[in-house]
Design a protein around this ligand. Structure first.
Ligand code: FES
Length: 99
C-alpha cells in the first residue's frame, strides 16, 4: 500500500499501486473536486479538468495525451498541473487539490 497526503484536506489516505489518484480518493471518501464540480464532473474520463491537482512530492509518470490536451491552456500558466483521474499512483505522494 502507498500513501497520498492531501494538503488542503489535511488527510493521508492509503492507495493501491496503479490506481488513479481519483480512484484512491473516492475509495477513501475524500472529494478532490471544488464546489459544484463535486456533482458536475466527467467521472474520470479526462474531459472536464475539474480534478486538476499539483503533485508536490512523489514520482509519477509523465503527463499523458489526455492531460496535455485538456490542460493545454492552463499548462501555459502552470506547467505542473495534472489530472487526478489520469495520474496513476506509483509512489507515496503529496498532492494539492482545487488548483
Ligand atoms: S474527472 Fe473530469 S477530467 Fe478528471
Amino acid at each position: 500500500m502507498l500513501e497520498i497526503q492531501f494538503i488542503k484536506q489535511n488527510r493521508t489516505i492509503k492507495a493501491v499501486e496503479g490506481e488513479t489518484v481519483r480512484e484512491a480518493a473516492i475509495r477513501n471518501k475524500l472529494s478532490i473536486y471544488p464546489h459544484v464540480f463535486k456533482a458536475l464532473n466527467c467521472r474520470g474520463r479526462g474531459l472536464c479538468h475539474a480534478c486538476a491537482i499539483k503533485i508536490v512530492s512523489g514520482n509519477a509518470e509523465p503527463k499523458n495525451e489526455i492531460e496535455s490536451e485538456q490542460l493545454a491552456k492552463k499548462l501555459k500558466k502552470d506547467p505542473e498541473l495534472r489530472l487526478a483521474c489520469q495520474v496513476k499512483v506509483l509512489d507515496n505522494m503529496t498532492i494539492e487539490t482545487h488548483v
